[in-house]
Design a protein around this ligand. Structure first.
Ligand code: PMP
Length: 455
């Protein structure tokens, strides 16, 4: 917790004033937008940015965007991973444009589908793939498949996880260890303890006990937590999860939507994990809606058999609760094929990871210089600082360190100096186009911000 709240209030006021002076055109656009958009935004969480209104984007390329007021920004948010490949990567744009001009959506496959599935299979080692428009949908569908295959009802997730707007995953543990709804869960359909079991990250004993009940269809985990700051797994955690799933016939789903930053096959390939299902999304289409899940052949067979795809089940395949009219559309698949084959290639990762190491070193240097009781963690091309002196080992520790006012100040300070940091936490992501000079811009501004708080 940052103690000097008066100082923080003064600093915040100064930055807010500067923001207003720098962004008058965005302010006008926002005023106009409020006529027909609640909060002036097309999606409610865009109202959470620091400042009186969101910054409007004019155009973007690579790791930069220009706002409506003509200011160049280094984008370390990259659409919270949607644009991890950089904005408008040439090969993706060319493939998407070419496909768009030839028809976008048919409810029929194009040749790009099998090519995209092949590329994903090569990277993640899972043989059979399906496509959706969002990682949220992929997770939802996978949970249905897991229930279908196992005949069990419940899902196990990690405390303070995030897997998209998946109802079951909005569960958390209260102080007494009961499963309850997380804060801010809008219009929850059913009490969360009916659908979900929650354990802390790295709690092997808790996980084993939960699976031993035989009620859990699927374990849905990120290989490292990335949505409550970064929490890296402890040695042995993934092996223990796999072993417990094997013992109890539970389907292990690894959500690599963010951890694709760790390598071309995410942490699954990097660390030799053995999930039954991998979920990926966000950046794989080069910026357009696209996501996928991959299954082992064995699981795909179980699902196919139980649904009787080739026989009497065929009649119901369109209304089974898995799908979406534009899921697997031709443009998404063209985007995935081109992005994986030509943009997010194995060759770009070392550079992205080196930029993240530079960013981490810059943040650490400022923390050390001014004695801020903070820490920074890197995970591949992503890094994040948190307001506690040591790396958190689970979601609760990470969540307990949150300080919304402090975070908003730091983000607005960065924004006013032409740097966009991921909202909602203190994350920076590197694209293949991010340069050391881009990182340096953050290092200089961050040092200034830490000095303003602690010098
Ligand atoms: N899985 C993870 C790990 C995520 O972080 C997110 C979004 N932050 C999602 C799934 C959902 O992605 P989308 O919002 O694109 O559906």
């Amino acid at each position: 917790m940052y103690e000097d709240r008066d100082r923080l209030t003064t600093l915040w006021g100064e930055e807010l004033q500067l923001f207003r002076e720098l962004h008058p055109r965005s302010g006008e656009l926002w005023e106009q937008a409020r006529a027909h958009l609640p909060g002036g935004v097309p999606m409610l969480w865009m109202a959470k940015w620091p400042g009186d209104w969101p910054v409007y984007v004019a155009d973007a390329a690579g790791a930069h965007f220009r706002c409506a007021d003509g200011i160049d920004h280094v984008d370390l948010c990259l659409g919270d991973t949607g644009a991890m490949v950089g904005h408008a990567p040439a090969a993706s744009v060319a493939a998407i444009n070419e496909r768009l001009a030839k028809g976008a959506t048919f409810m029929l496959p194009t040749a790009d589908a099998a090519a995209a599935a092949g590329l994903l299979a090569e990277r993640f080692g899972l043989t059979e793939w399906q496509f959706t428009l969002s990682a949220t949908d992929a997770n939802r569908h996978v949970l249905r498949y897991a229930r279908q295959a196992t005949g069990r009802r419940k899902v196990l997730v990690i405390d303070h996880c995030y897997h998209g707007t998946v109802d079951e995953a909005y569960a958390t543990l209260d102080d007494a260890g009961r499963v309850v709804s997380r804060r801010g869960n809008i219009g929850a359909p059913v009490p969360l303890d009916e659908t979900t079991v929650v354990v802390e990250f790295d709690d092997v004993t808790g996980l084993e006990a939960a699976l031993a009940t035989g009620e859990v269809a699927a374990v849905l985990v990120e290989p490292a937590m990335t949505n409550v700051g970064i929490v890296l797994p402890q040695p042995g955690w993934h092996e223990a999860v796999r072993a417990a799933c094997d013992r109890t016939g539970t389907i292990l789903v690894i959500d690599e939507t963010h951890t694709l930053c760790a390598g071309p096959g995410g942490m699954t390939a990097r660390d030799g994990l053995r999930p039954d299902v991998v979920v990926v999304g966000k950046t794989i289409g080069g910026g357009i809606p696209a996501a996928a899940w991959g299954m082992t052949h064995e699981l795909a067979e179980r699902v196919r058999d139980s649904l009787a795809w080739g026989g009497e089940g065929r009649e119901d395949l369109d209304v089974g609760g898995v799908g979406g009219t534009l899921a697997g559309n031709a443009v998404s698949l063209a985007g995935i094929r081109a992005t994986l084959a030509e943009v997010l290639t194995p060759e770009v990762y070392p550079g992205m990871i080196a930029r993240a190491a530079e960013w981490t070193a810059g943040v650490q240097a400022a923390i050390d210089e001014f004695g801020a009781p903070w820490q920074v963690t890197q995970l591949g091309a992503r890094a994040e600082y948190s307001f506690r002196p040591t790396a958190p080992v689970n979601g609760r520790e990470a969540a307990d360190a949150e300080d919304f006012a402090l975070q908003q100040y730091l983000h607005l300070h960065a924004l006013n100096r032409g740097i966009l940091v991921t909202p909602f936490h203190n994350m920076a992501l590197m694209s293949p186009a991010t340069t050391s000079a881009d990182v340096e811009r953050h290092t200089v501004a961050f040092r200034q911000a830490v000095a303003s708080l602690y010098a």
